[in-house]
Design a binder for this molecule. Structure first.
Ligand SMILES: [Zn+2]
Length: 315
């Protein structure tokens, strides 16, 4: 058995090391966001990078990303984490408050100092007391067995009125909530899911607007395009072929590891050889990318300087 005094001392040292390590991690995350490393190595956001790439849980990942963003805004957070007057959890809670209340740097800095050394519970009460904007409703998804997840959400009267209306329309006043949601979600997906159109006529180019499809055309420099006087419209056939190949997931692959992004959020079509540089509107020259990878390829093509205004990390 290790003597109590020695054990306590060593535990203290380990705790100190952990605090330094946390700060070190947040500083790395700052750079990963600044340099868009998360996108380069195949992730669609900082959150996905921390969760899937670094192996944290969803809750841990959002905590770390929130804390990193506050550290960006308020560098004094570093001292708080080092000397233990703030913890990762407290910093993340302050970060959410700062974002919700839209506090400026000075206000956020003041808040960090005011809340030093508070317990999580005291901090929550303190933040609630000074909140102008109503805090978000509680939402939880808890896995309760291999097949079941328990959802907890707070809803308003209007929401319940919608539930009642669906029950009326489906002629079952006791229709379980899960059935109401399942049906409503299926309907939503049915109307939003990009449809694969079968085009029979081989060489017909039909001009369709991006809003008609789940895959949006990415924007480009208008001036260069106009001067070339070419159509930016992509034929239904090429659009469908690109869509079928992508299978609803971002096609970006990090060459070094072969990791494919695979994000299913906000897919946009991107030219491999840029349209402005003569790239064709054919499926071979098109890829489906998530917003992060569209931005990344735009930066690669046009240079970081030109794209600066387009990239704003959320804080
Ligand atoms: Zn992607």
């Amino acid at each position: 058995m290790i003597p109590h005094e020695k054990l306590h001392e060593e535990t203290l040292v380990a705790a100190k090391r952990e605090k330094t390590a946390t700060l070190e991690l947040l500083n790395f995350l700052l750079q990963v966001e600044d340099q868009r490393t998360f996108a380069v190595v195949g992730y669609d956001s900082m959150f996905t990078y921390v969760r899937d790439g670094l192996g944290y849980s969803s809750a841990q990942a959002s905590e770390r990303v929130a804390a990193m963003r506050l550290l960006r805004k308020v560098p004094e957070v570093a001292d708080g984490l080092k000397n233990g007057s703030q913890t990762l959890t407290s910093v993340a809670k302050i970060a959410s408050h700062v974002r919700r209340e839209n506090l400026n740097c000075q206000e956020a800095t003041t808040l960090v100092f005011e809340t030093a050394n508070q317990t999580t519970e005291a901090l929550e009460k303190y933040l609630l007391g000074m909140a102008q904007v109503e805090p978000p409703k509680v939402e939880r998804a808890k896995i309760i067995s291999a097949e079941l997840t328990r959802l907890t959400i707070d809803v308003e009267e209007e929401f319940m009125a919608l539930v009642t209306r669906i029950r009326e329309l489906r002629g079952n006043p006791a229709l379980p909530l899960s059935e109401v949601f399942r049906h409503a979600m299926k309907e939503e997906i049915r109307t939003r899911e990009p449809k694969e159109k079968v085009v029979k006529a081989k060489d017909v180019t039909v001009e369709i607007r991006s809003s008609e499809s789940g895959l949006k055309q990415s924007g480009g420099s208008g001036a260069e395009i106009d001067s070339l006087n070419r159509s930016r419209y992509i034929s239904v056939r090429d659009r469908a072929a690109t869509h079928a190949r992508a299978n609803g997931a971002c096609e970006y692959v990090y060459p070094q590891t072969g990791k494919r992004c695979g994000s299913r959020f906000g897919l946009q079509m991107e030219h491999v050889i840029p349209f402005a540089k003569g790239g064709a509107n054919t499926a071979e020259n098109l890829v489906a990318y998530c917003p992060a990878h569209n931005r990344l390829s735009a930066v690669g093509e046009y240079g970081t300087e030109k794209m600066k205004g387009f990239y704003r990390p959320r804080d």
